[in-house]
Design a protein around this ligand. Structure first.
Ligand SMILES: [Zn+2]
Length: 140
């Protein structure tokens, strides 16, 4: 059943570095986080201008509106506002991640202490678990 494990010691290979990331890797994470933050900020600005537009619509062409129209517009505006708030929250998360990256406390799995892969951090800046720990967590 279980395949014989490869017990060969990786002779000549450098031992897996523990508890340290290369500068290049840290820079890669920083760049990914900064890019994410810029994207989110652009998205946030976009949402804000949509809110302003909705607000203007509401003020200028509400003359012929019945209550249903007004209700829809209020709903749309509330949707946009909650979207803006959630973007803002994500920006805060990314900024906090950048701070922790500077302090060296970012990007490590809270469970097993292994470094979380750069790709995962780029996709989920607020990730605090590596993929396998996360999967274990979800299976429970
Ligand atoms: Zn882990």
């Amino acid at each position: 059943m279980a395949k014989p494990a490869d017990t060969k010691t990786a002779a000549g290979r450098k031992p897996a570095e523990k508890a340290s990331r290369s500068v290049a890797e840290t820079e890669k994470i920083r760049a990914a986080l900064a890019a994410r933050r810029d994207d989110l900020r652009a998205e946030y600005d976009q949402t804000l201008s949509e809110i302003t537009e909705l607000q203007r619509d509401r003020l200028t062409d509400s003359a012929g509106d019945d209550q249903a129209d007004t209700g829809t517009k209020t709903f749309e505006r509330e949707q946009e506002i909650s979207l803006a708030n959630s973007i803002l929250e994500r920006i805060t998360q990314v900024e906090r991640a950048l701070e922790r990256l500077d302090e060296g406390g970012y990007g490590w799995c809270e469970k097993c202490g292994n470094p979380i892969p750069v790709e995962r951090l780029a996709a989920f800046p607020s990730a605090t678990l590596c993929v396998s720990c996360k999967q274990l967590e979800e299976r429970r």
